[in-house]
Design a protein around this ligand. Structure first.
Ligand code: NAD
Ligand code: DAU
Length: 340
């Protein structure tokens, strides 16, 4: 089978490519990535050594380019991870989120219709459901819940989900969607909570916690997400949505304190800063469908996952130093400069 993996030079895409190269060497893989600020070709250096892996630089919104690629390569399976993915950047400038996340998905769906695939899989997010209150721990998102996104990012992801389902119903395209909670692990761009806190703490820099730090996220180690995608590709029923989560709800402040403690730093580095506008309070996933259909459950506990992640950032200082020396610092100063 020939796979197209879009957005494979980003955090989850990179992890997914290595996971699949290891688990399914019988397939061929093409990674299509625009290499935005979040994409990093260096992530795929080892993948380039595999004969069954190929990298193509390109934009999923470029219809002519995408159609030519499909014509040449004749993909069997498409896994769409390409996206603008950071909520704070979507609040600053929603345009690129709509272009890539909605129109880019449409281009891929059209190419799949024209050239034919056995599966189009859309990587989506728990954020499409909106948020849950902090004082109702029994509530969790189910696949059948209405979509109620809060940010331009989550609205663009919800729009893409609706489009994917419409292409199934109207054109019979064999699609699946997975909606996952917050991932963490190697190769995550340091604008996201966990790598940002690890790197700032290592550098003895302030740790900016939005609002009161009570917001809750459901954390999943990235390889558990990869395994869940693999199962949906193998056994998922077309037209279906699958929730993926870590069964691991944590308040932001507790995550930050754990990182501080594991790195042997002082909690005095923590600063409570201006809240994110429209900040979702709590996410929690009901993952019983994944368990009932495939026997899947997340395997990596939070403590183990955080330790592995910290070790990776300690061992790969060159990787993140390169990033924080570039456009990242401008973004950081723009975003955090006025928050204190
Ligand atoms: P990321 O920002 O690290 O990577 C996104 C990748 O997409 C980058 O390599 C970027 O260069 C590429 N890209 C962006 N625009 C493109 C375009 N127009 N054409 C081709 N490539 C383009 O994101 P991530 O955290 O790895 O997320 C991957 C996917 O998973 C996204 O769809 C995101 O919405 C979803 N998701 C992420 C999480 C999470 O916690 N990180 C959780 C659930 C779902
Ligand atoms: O839930 C899945 C989503 O998780 C994905 O769809 C998104 O692509 C991914 O970016 C992530 O979104 P979040 O907004 O939850 O992740 P982020 O790492 O930006 O923030 C996690 C929480 O930490 C959130 O409540 C905001 C807070 N936060 C974040 C940053 C960057 C802080 O308190 N301080 C910070 O500096």
């Amino acid at each position: 089978m020939k796979y197209l993996i879009t957005g494979g030079a980003g955090f989850i895409g990179t992890n997914f490519i290595y996971y699949m190269l290891e688990k399914h060497p019988e397939n061929e893989y093409v990674c299509l990535d625009k290499l935005t600020y979040a994409g990093n070709l260096a992530n795929l250096k080892k993948a380039m050594e595999y004969k069954n892996f190929q990298f193509v630089k390109g934009d999923i919104t470029d219809r002519e380019f995408v159609f030519n690629l499909f014509e040449q390569e004749k993909f069997d399976v498409v896994v769409n991870l390409a996206a603008e993915s950071h909520v704070d950047r979507s609040i600053e400038n929603p345009g690129p989120f709509l272009t890539t996340n909605v129109l880019g998905t449409q281009v891929l769906l059209d190419a799949c219709r024209k050239y034919g695939v056995v599966r189009f899989h859309q990587i989506s997010t728990d954020e499409v459901y909106g948020d849950l209150p902090l004082d109702r721990p029994e509530l969790k998102f189910k696949e059948s819940d209405p979509l109620k996104p809060s940010s331009p990012y989550s609205a663009s992801k919800a729009s893409a989900d609706l489009l994917v389902l419409a292409y199934h119903r109207t054109y019979g395209l064999p699609v699946t969607i997975s909606r996952c909670s917050n991932n963490y692990g190697p190769y995550q761009f340091p604008e996201k909570l966990i790598p940002l806190m690890i790197i700032n703490a290592m550098n003895e820099k302030e740790l900016p916690v939005y609002g009161t730090g009570q917001n809750v996220r459901d954390w999943i180690y990235v390889t558990d997400h990869c395994e869940a995608i693999e199962l949906i590709l193998e056994k998922g029923r077309v037209g279906e949505v699958y929730n993926i989560g870590g069964n691991c709800e944590k308040r932001n402040i507790d995550v930050v304190k754990m990182i501080v403690q594991k790195l042997g730093k002082s909690e005095e580095l923590i600063r409570f800063v201006k809240d994110r506008p429209g900040h979702d309070l709590r996410y929690a996933m009901d993952i019983s469908k994944m368990k009932e259909e495939f026997g899947w459950e997340p395997k990596v506990g939070f403590e183990e996952g955080i330790e592995r992640t910290i070790e990776w950032y300690k061992a790969n200082k060159e990787w993140w130093k390169e990033i924080i020396n570039g456009e990242y610092m401008e973004y950081y100063n723009r975003t955090y400069g006025h928050m204190y």
